[in-house]
Ligand binder design. Structure first.
Ligand code: C2E
Ligand code: MG
Ligand code: MG
Ligand code: MG
Length: 289
């Protein structure tokens, strides 16, 4: 295993994508092995209550621990999975991992909800809800411990059908969030149809939020919208105390971002949750490497 090679155009940390086409083909061939050997694992990033910095939940973020290329970011492989026709299989794979984590935590007395990212395309899986409910039941986990963050898909889908499926998840007690609010075209119609529990404001709105009145207008609109249906707003991509302060003053309830904590392994986030300290936690850096 050559760590340097892992950084050449593939890894989470690299900006170079010169021969992406060739990489894609190669990676596609490795997907089977990744599923079988569980090379794709969730990291977890805390979400906090802006009022007191306490962890209110975590978001599971997929990382492919590739045996040759190192740790790959979802930006490099989610689209690949969608295009190789395996996004439904991947959807189940991620749900199973999250529920097993909830189960491990429950046996340790930890009751922190987990949010997972779901591509609308994986909701076309007609048995996804049954699959999810059966697993929750098997592990004796309340559906309210699981949240679905609906992301945008690179493949166009039947929106009416997706509404219907999401509504079924909601009826079953699973929480719904609209991810990346402010960027997509479909967000608004999803929100008004479904009365989702959470709106997540895209991280691009945190950049220059101090100066940018247009960004603040969108954030205010999201907060107002959420109030109308008793939902809450989560601001993602908070990197500084100033951003946290501004967004809190605007009436945003929850936040997530490097300022509070970076995504980290299950083992690390478990320690952080058990520490039960407000974030940012002064010795938090020891959980991040
Ligand atoms: P997302 O769900 O909007 O996740 C937020 C992204 O912002 C994550 O990138 C996270 O690591 C990053 N982030 C968190 N805090 C900060 C911050 O303070 N500053 C900045 N600049 N970035 C921050 P990541 O982990 O690379 O995930 C990228 C996207 O990949 C996700 O965006 C989501 O759309 C997708 N994704 C991740 N995991 C899964 C999965 O299991 N299934 C599916 N279908 N999609 C996934
Ligand atoms: Mg998300
Ligand atoms: Mg997002
Ligand atoms: Mg995003």
């Amino acid at each position: 295993y050559d760590a340097k090679q892992g950084r050449k155009g593939w890894s989470v940390f690299s900006q170079h994508d010169r021969s992406q086409g060739a990489h894609r083909l190669e990676l596609r061939a490795d997907l089977e092995e990744a599923f079988i050997s569980q090379h794709i694992l969730l990291d977890y990033q805390p979400k906090v209550n802006l009022a007191d910095g306490k962890i209110i939940g975590v978001e599971g973020l997929a990382r492919w621990h590739h045996p040759v290329h190192g740790v790959l970011s979802p930006y490099h492989f989610i689209e690949l999975i969608e295009q190789s026709g395996r996004i439904q299989e991947f959807g189940r794979y991620v749900i199973k991992q999250a529920i097993e984590q909830l189960s491990a935590w429950q046996s340790q007395g930890i009751h922190t909800p987990i949010a997972i990212n779901v591509s609308p395309y994986s909701l076309l899986d007609p048995e996804l809800l049954e699959f999810t409910l059966a697993l929750l039941k098997q592990h004796d986990i309340s559906p309210s411990m699981l949240e679905i963050e609906l992301i945008e898909s690179s493949i166009s889908i039947n929106v009416e059908y997706i509404f219907k499926r999401l509504h079924e998840f909601k009826q079953a007690g699973i929480k719904l969030a609209i991810d990346d609010f402010g960027t997509g075209m479909s967000s608004l119609s999803y929100i008004s149809h479904l009365n989702v529990h959470f709106i997540k404001i895209d991280k691009s709105f945190m950049q220059d939020v101090e100066q940018d009145t247009k960004k603040r207008a969108v954030i205010s609109a999201a907060i107002q919208l959420a109030r109308n249906f008793n939902g809450s707003v989560i601001a993602e991509g908070i990197e500084t105390k100033q951003q946290a302060d501004i967004i809190k003053a605007m009436g945003c309830e929850f936040g997530q971002g490097y300022y509070f904590a970076k995504p980290m392994s299950a083992q690390q986030v478990t320690l952080l949750i058990q520490a039960d300290q407000p974030l940012p936690f002064s010795i938090e850096s020891s959980f991040n490497d």
